[in-house]
Design a protein around this ligand. Structure first.
Ligand code: ACO
Length: 326
């Protein structure tokens, strides 16, 4: 049976650091509030000339180098982003060109913070269906350019970065055991960017009403996220006939420490079995899981045959899980 195997990971975050103390000088907030409510200490901010495909390129190059394969061997590139270079063409096409991956098809997926697991689901379907053998999947975000730096409800949360993985067809029994994606568009307005699309095209009004920035009903989103993720991880375990004690590492979307704690508690997992780096990078949306995944792999926290549980929740609303045997 063909199975999807992650053969390498890579990541990139911009150099520029924005601390909670920096934010105290920009909006009415405090390091204490941000730490207590989110667990975030600092985040990265892309340079003025850095776009989503630039970040994606650096993460992808690292993943290719680590896999020891050339970009010209890729069959497909799927990029998850909500902060792409332009409405079109896709950021995946810009990335394809930068990498020189001439034979790869390329397209984007828009599923906000669940985006990377959506790309894994796409790659998994193509690989298991026998259509493609080697796929580059990337989550990349430059959220800082869509953040309202006057809105303390959102500006303290987000960061920029990119993470990537090379996945390919394998016949051994490790790899992706399951990947499940879900959505509920009836709750779209809990977390969205209303301006600049065909519904509210760019105009003086949309600019004056600050509609080109991310809007979020944080507390409502928080409650739904906790409830949804608790059920999601239990479903993923049940589907694979596993118990939470079988999980070596939970790699959650890095949105809020309290959400992560609630999921870990529901699973009865000690926090040393949970990958956390949101203190350094904040919520990087689609980039969050692949950056955390890459850090888990490169820091030696992932060992052969470990069961890894990945989960995410975000705008759409969307949510997703993956169970991987490393
Ligand atoms: N500094 C100080 N006070 C603040 C700040 C701030 N940065 N932001 C909000 N407050 C105030 C509010 O105004 C409110 O004051 P009030 O009681 O006087 O009205 C108070 O703090 C509490 O606000 P809440 O929104 O209820 O705070 P909450 O505990 O819910 O935390 C947070 C807010 C951190 C946003 C949380 O709700 C959260 O993490 N939500 C989920 C985010 C998420 O997971 N999103 C999905 C992924 S993102 C994506 O897909 C792109």
């Amino acid at each position: 049976m063909l199975r999807t195997k992650i053969i390498s990971t890579g990541s990139y975050v911009p150099d520029r650091v924005l601390t909670n103390q920096d934010l105290e000088r920009m909006v009415e907030t405090s390091d204490k509030w941000i730490m207590e409510r989110t667990g975030i200490k600092e985040r990265r901010r892309a340079g003025d000339n850095e776009s989503a495909s630039d970040l994606a390129y650096k993460a992808a190059l690292q993943a290719l180098e680590r896999a020891g394969v050339g970009a010209d061997t890729l069959d497909l590139i799927v990029v998850a982003t909500i902060t792409g270079d332009m409405p079109f063409p896709s950021t995946a096409c810009f990335l394809q060109h930068k990498l020189g991956a001439k034979t790869a098809a390329a397209f984007d997926v828009n599923a906000a913070c669940s985006g990377f697991l959506y790309t894994l689901s796409v790659a998994n379907a193509y690989i298991r269906g026998g259509i493609y053998r080697r796929v580059l999947i990337v989550g990349t975000e430059v959220l800082s350019k869509f953040t309202d730096w006057q809105d303390r409800n959102t500006c303290v949360l987000f960061g920029d970065g990119a993470g990537a993985a090379i996945v390919e067809a394998s016949t051994d029994d490790s790899g992706v055991l399951s990947v499940d994606i879900y959505s509920d568009g009836s709750l779209a307005e809990l977390l969205y960017l209303p301006g600049g699309g065909s519904k509210n095209p760019c105009s003086t009004d949309t600019l004056n009403n600050r509609m080109h920035y991310i809007k979020m009903k944080g507390n409502e989103t928080f409650k739904i996220a906790v409830r949804t993720l608790e059920q999601l991880v239990l479903d993923a375990l049940q589907k694979n006939n596993l118990k939470s004690s079988d999980i070596s590492l939970l790699i959650p979307h890095q949105a809020n420490m309290r959400i992560i704690l609630a999921t870990a508690t529901r699973l009865g997992l000690d926090m040393d079995k949970v990958m956390i780096n949101l203190d350094k990078y904040g919520n990087t949306s689609a980039a969050s899981i692949p950056i955390a995944f890459d850090e888990a792999v490169t820091s030696g926290r992932v060992k052969k045959n470990d069961y890894l549980l990945l989960e995410a929740f975000g705008g759409g609303l969307t949510w997703a899980s993956a169970l991987i045997r490393w």
